[in-house]
Design a protein around this ligand. Sequence first.
Ligand code: F6P
Ligand code: MN
Length: 338
Amino acid sequence: MHIGTTLTNYIIETQRSLPEATGEFTGLLNDISVACKRISDLVNKGDLVGMLGSADSENVQGETQKKLDVVTNEVFIEALTQNGHIAGLVSEEMDDIYPLPNPSRRGRYLLLCDPLDGSSNIDVNVSVGTIFSIVRAPEGKEKPSTEDFLQHGTEQVAAGYCLYGPSTILVLAVKGQGVQMFTLNRDFGEFILTRKDVQIPEETKEFAINVSNQRHWEEPVRRYIDECLQGKEGPRGKDFNMRWVASMVAEVHRILCRGGIFMYPLDAKIKAKGQSGRLRLMYEANPMSLIVEQAGGAATTGRQRILELDPSEIHERAPVVLGSRAEVDVVTRYHNEG
Ligand code: F6P
Ligand code: MN
């Protein structure tokens, strides 16, 4: 595939290499790209179309506003449930699974998504994104159950995200086929392949963590960040830089482009809430981990590989440490030594 080709061309070409290809996978990725283009348009127009602010408030025309994460969820439902490519949907915005009502319109895949990640950034015009994960639906079942969605991250057929930043960029990792970046050309509404077989630099000097949680961190995280902050004079022997966008999609995208490590570790505050992490496993940690691993990076909870976690709930949370392999290895070693 050459730089400049369209996402549609890339998907059709990729589908040829999948076993029992029927065109459904192409159709599904096409549905996702349509949803992402619509969300891109809404995010881009922002206040002009009354999309910002909280649900049930009024916009300048006195109309009731819908918060963008409600609307983007509806965009996903509309784009994904009409064409017979999936058997069911899980979204951050819905408590339960959404099995498809019409059996004759059901497809062979299940989609798990976070339609608008980092949505606290939307009102201040900072990058947000969409994250998605695709797994196979069980065959021959009347309709999918919650358990059918609870597959290991290693079972993902494909994962991706769309970043709504200065450019809209869709990043796709089809299992075993590397990581490709497509930039939306708004003039003719197509995603164009702009970076092929992206590889994360193994070494990095940039970390991303919400330092306001420092007092709650576990010892291995404290140690790692403390050593980074000591810079050239410390045990790491190099000066580090820090970034925190508070949009995981933007964070992962920066790491794919120039390396780095991103962490949302387990801490005392999270534990006190009875939670197992901050980010969601099925539609944040798993898809991002597949992308990062296929780009040559690593993704762990600090203790074990994220893609091998055994999920028990669709909205469960997991600690996340991902990015340049050498740094993730250091953090994981510190946890497992302790
Ligand atoms: O969905 C969770 C999320 O918005 C991520 O995109 C982001 O990395 C994180 O939360 C930001 O967390 P905090 O509010 O602690 O900065
Ligand atoms: Mn999110």
